[in-house]
Design a protein around this ligand. Structure first.
Ligand code: SGN
Length: 500
């Protein structure tokens, strides 16, 4: 059962009485367990209301802490978002702007080992730090005592990994391997130190290959069409209409149940069924392995004093607006699961649906909760007062999102924008420039672009100004806005779309 903020505050005071001081890090330094998935949208978890996908272990984390309803990636792309999580900075500050695929901006590929990250600071302060799973940040992981990473995107079956610099071949499904590696590292950790363990699953990233034991799940389930499935994209920028991310064109299921003989309408529906079912199946593997890791820590008596985070690098379109993939600034693409629990010291079962929180907030929050100083380079805010159930009247009223990977797979042009509680403004800032404006209260599906409507001129101007302010506050600079020309990467990165 979920509790109100007032009840949460009462819980903090009660916990404080029991433990001496509720969030007093001197009591015993908390461990950190950071779960990160790849492309998991916010509602792909039963605690967030999913009625088809049941994720009891992910929900366990939510039940033992705070689940944020307004948690967002500031860049809906893997590598930049991961860099934001680690550094607490926006993409334009950490400068990991793209995945490095396609024509990248020179010198801006991957995270440098000298960039300040939260694991590095935990390590400098006596923590044992480790990483298992997807890294994708090009460089060798810095700030870890131990690591076992998937090279690049990793693969689903029998994945090779790089273990502390050495190439090792593993057998089995990638989520089980990441679960095993996480537990193995925790078992062999130096027991006299607190730990900071990052467990980064590959799922539910493309190409959605589930472990054999989940292959038949949802076979008899009909996946309902999302409310914007048949969005014609009328009134939307050419940049949106031209993006190579239309679900009907997804070729992945041609040999997995959606043959070429289908009509376009049939293929779109077939792709929806196959995509969502397989996306959910690979998440069942994550849920099970998260459960194993939590059980291990519980048996060890460590779970109570471990701060557990569960989140994803970005969201994903599952047929919304007729699309797949992410990169655009619509809700499904930027909204992520955002859960933080510290059973020994923080209120349990809290739902925060008021505060806008972002991936840059994780690093300062974890440092703050552990009583460590937050470096000035970090641009996110500590969520500690929110987690304590305190009222923070001057909390941020808008967030900045950005995207820079063009031309590249899916051909989504560079864009940036801001989201407030009620509005969203999106700017495709390279020539020819285009704008989108949505009223999220009246039009939560983001289908009516109001940018050219004279009635909303004042709102548009105010939001433009606020976007500019946010950029200035976070030291963003203008990049060349010349038309970058056509994109020929297509929906699979191998040229213009293949289906007719
Ligand atoms: C691959 C995928 C794309 C996906 C990018 C980025 N194609 O290129 O669909 O957008 O990764 O994903 S695939 O056929 O090669 O899987 S990200 O998670 O790294 O941002």
């Amino acid at each position: 059962m979920f509790v109100s903020r007032r009840q949460a505050l009462a819980q903090v005071l009660a916990t404080g009485a029991a433990f001496g001081s509720s969030l007093n890090p001197e009591r015993r330094r908390p461990n950190i367990l950071f779960f990160l998935t790849d492309d998991q949208r916010r509602d792909a978890m039963s605690a967030y209301g999913n009625k088809i996908l049941y994720t009891p272990n992910l929900d366990r984390i939510a039940a033992s802490g705070t689940r944020f309803e307004l948690g967002f990636a500031t860049n809906a792309l893997c590598r930049p978002s991961r860099a934001s999580i680690l550094t607490g900075q926006y993409s334009h500050s950490h400068q990991v702007l793209t995945n490095g695929d396609g024509r990248d901006l020179p010198g801006r590929d991957g995270l440098r080992r000298d960039q300040i990250t939260f694991p590095q600071i935990f390590r400098q302060n006596g923590y044992w730090t480790a990483l298992a799973g997807k890294w994708h940040l090009a460089s060798e992981p810095g700030g870890f005592d131990e690591y076992a990473i998937l090279p690049g995107q990793g693969i689903y079956l029998d994945p090779p990994m790089i273990v502390n610099g050495a190439h090792v071949q593993f057998r089995g499904h990638v989520e089980d391997v990441v679960g095993d590696q996480t537990i193995h590292m925790l078992e062999h950790r130096p027991k006299g130190k607190p730990f900071c363990m990052l467990s980064h699953f590959k799922a539910p990233h493309r190409e959605w290959i589930p472990a054999a034991r989940f292959a038949d799940r949802f076979a008899d389930v009909h996946i309902p069409e999302p409310r914007t499935f048949n969005d014609t994209l009328a009134g939307r920028p050419k940049a949106v209409r031209d993006a190579e991310d239309k679900l009907v064109d997804l070729p992945d299921f041609r040999d997995r149940g959606c043959p070429d003989s289908l009509t376009r309408a049939e293929r779109k529906e077939c792709n929806l069924q196959q995509l969502v079912k397989n996306y959910y199946r690979v998440l069942l593997g994550v849920d099970e392995n998260v459960g194993r890791i939590l059980d291990y820590l519980q048996d060890e008596g460590e779970l109570e004093n471990t701060i557990v985070v569960y989140t994803s690098d970005n969201g994903f379109f599952l047929g919304d607006h007729g699309l797949m993939d992410k990169r655009l600034m619509y809700e499904e693409s930027i909204a992520v699961p955002f859960v933080i629990a510290w059973p020994a010291a923080m209120p349990k079962g809290v739902v925060d649906d008021k505060h806008l929180v972002i991936n840059c907030d994780f690093a300062p929050t974890l440092l703050d909760l552990a009583g460590l100083p937050i470096p000035g380079s970090m641009q996110g805010k500590s969520l500690k007062p929110l987690l304590e159930g305190k009222n923070v009247p001057d909390w941020r009223a808008s967030i900045l999102c950005e995207y820079f990977e063009y031309p590249a797979v899916h051909c989504v042009r560079m864009n940036r924008g801001i989201r407030t509680h009620d509005w969203k403004l999106i700017h495709f800032w390279q020539d020819p420039q285009e704008w989108e404006l949505y009223n999220l209260r009246d039009d939560p599906g983001e289908t009516r672009n109001l940018a050219a409507d004279p009635k909303y001129r004042q709102t548009l101007d105010e939001l433009k100004q606020r976007l500019q302010q946010l950029r200035e506050e976070t030291h963003d600079v203008d990049l060349p806005s010349a038309d970058p020309g056509p994109c020929e990467f297509g929906i699979s990165g191998d040229g213009p779309k293949r289906s007719g």
